[in-house]
Write a protein that binds this ligand. Structure first.
Ligand SMILES: C=C(CC[C@@H](C)[C@H]1CC[C@H]2C3=CC[C@H]4[C@H](C)[C@@H](O)CC[C@]4(C)[C@H]3CC[C@]12C)C(C)C
Ligand code: SAM
Length: 356
């Protein structure tokens, strides 16, 4: 091969690698690097076993119904997915309606700020974030409201990540993170001036149990808002395709069973809340929340190749490929749930704990 041919072949290969890694683009530009993918608090050699264990919960549905097993199963799930979520989505583990002319990052932030505006949080007040993840919403909400936010998550690894992010963002004076079960919170009665949960209480086996705990720790007269994952009025349990989509969402997202939209206010009232407002934030005229998932497909495919290579050379733990594949399929079930409008991840309920 002469020098010119060699030069052009080299340039073509370099261009191909640049296109694959940069033009095809990371799903989320700022965040974790592929090289840092881990199994959370699970040691690298146990990731594959834990993934199998995660699936075995679904083979024995009775176990899922046994409420006391659910927090462990959810904890395992978040050890497996937290790094991949951060790498491919960012620090806010939830959806938001698309907003014309705004980036996903801005749309996400507006969705988070709406929650804290709804509960009318004031500077200096103490607000609870139920199921806080790695704290994306908590940081946005603390900066927006100047309230003190206390987040709780069942997953130890997320606590560490959230605290690191809070420190780096210079928000550790306003944001605190606690490891614990939201079904049995380590807080006294009447502690908080407000509370919110963003796409987290769907992991509770019985909604009234987590709502009762939130009710207990709130001061009388204060507000609580939740964005709930639900099946909508369009869901038909006799339609095989609907059932396939909903089961796909449950299995890929560690859910003990999706609730119907009509169950939410019933659970809130049962524990003593007054329901101030209820609205499906995904319903038209809101722009679709699932377009971000669909638009990312090419990047997810690229991510899959990256994960396969890193796993083969021993940089990412064995089992990461299986977890990534599960998420890949879950993204498809979620998009189908959104397109058919049988599923919403943002059924909003605003409640008040009565004064007496
Ligand atoms: C509220 C919950 C999580 C909601 C979303 C944040 C996540 C649901 C599905 C996740 C993803 C699916 C596909 C992944 C992709 C294959 C990978 O390359 C990069 C990360 C994904 C985009 C990942 C990101 C987070 C989700 C969108 C549940 C658990 C209650
Ligand atoms: C999908 S993530 C959402 C995180 C965060 N609200 C956000 O939007 O970025 C769900 C969160 O709920 C937490 N969670 C689930 N079950 C829990 C439980 N029993 N106790 C405490 N946290 C729990 C998970 O650990 C995770 O942090």
């Amino acid at each position: 091969m002469d020098t010119v041919a060699l030069f052009f072949t080299g340039a073509l290969i370099a261009g191909g690698i640049y296109w694959f890694l940069c033009v095809l683009g990371p799903a989320e530009r700022k965040g974790k690097r592929a090289l840092d993918l881990s199994g959370g608090s699970i040691s690298a050699e146990k990731v594959q076993d834990n993934y199998k264990q995660y699936w075995s919960f679904f083979r024995r549905p009775k176990e899922i119904e046994t409420a006391d097993k659910v927090p462990d199963f959810v904890d395992t799930f978040y050890n497996l997915v937290t790094d991949i979520y951060e790498w491919g989505w960012g620090q806010s583990f939830h959806f938001s309606p698309s907003i014309r002319g705004k980036s996903h990052r801005d749309a996400t932030r507006l969705h988070e700020e709406m929650a804290v505006d709804l509960i009318q949080a004031k500077p200096g007040q103490k607000i609870l974030d139920v199921g806080c993840g790695v704290g994306g919403p908590m940081r946005a909400i603390a900066s927006h409201s100047r309230a003190n936010v206390v987040g709780i998550t069942i997953n130890e690894y997320q606590v560490k990540r959230a605290r690191d992010h809070n420190r780096k963002a210079g928000l550790d004076a306003l944001c605190e993170v606690v490891c614990g079960n939201f079904l049995k919170m380590p807080f006294g009665d009447n502690t908080f001036d407000g509370a919110y949960s963003i796409e987290a209480t769907c992991h509770a086996p019985k909604l009234e149990e987590v709502y009762a705990e939130i009710y207990r720790v709130l001061k009388p007269g204060s507000l609580y808002v939740s964005y709930e994952w639900v099946t909508t009025a369009k869901f038909n349990p006799d339609d095989e395709e609907h059932v396939e989509v909903i089961q796909g969402i449950e299995r890929g997202d560690a859910l003990p069973g999706l609730r119907a939209y009509s169950d939410i206010a019933v659970a809130a009232k049962k524990v003593g809340f007054e329901v101030v407002k209820e609205k499906d934030l995904a319903a038209p005229p809101a722009e679709p929340w699932w377009t971000r998932l669909k638009m990312g497909r090419l990047a997810y495919w690229r991510n899959h190749v990256v994960v396969q290579i890193l796993s083969a050379v021993g940089v990412a733990p064995k089992g990461t490929v299986d977890v990534h594949e599960m998420l890949f399929k879950t993204a498809d079930f979620l998009s189908r749930g959104g397109e058919t409008e049988i599923f919403s991840p943002m059924h909003m309920i605003l409640c008040r704990k009565p004064i007496s």
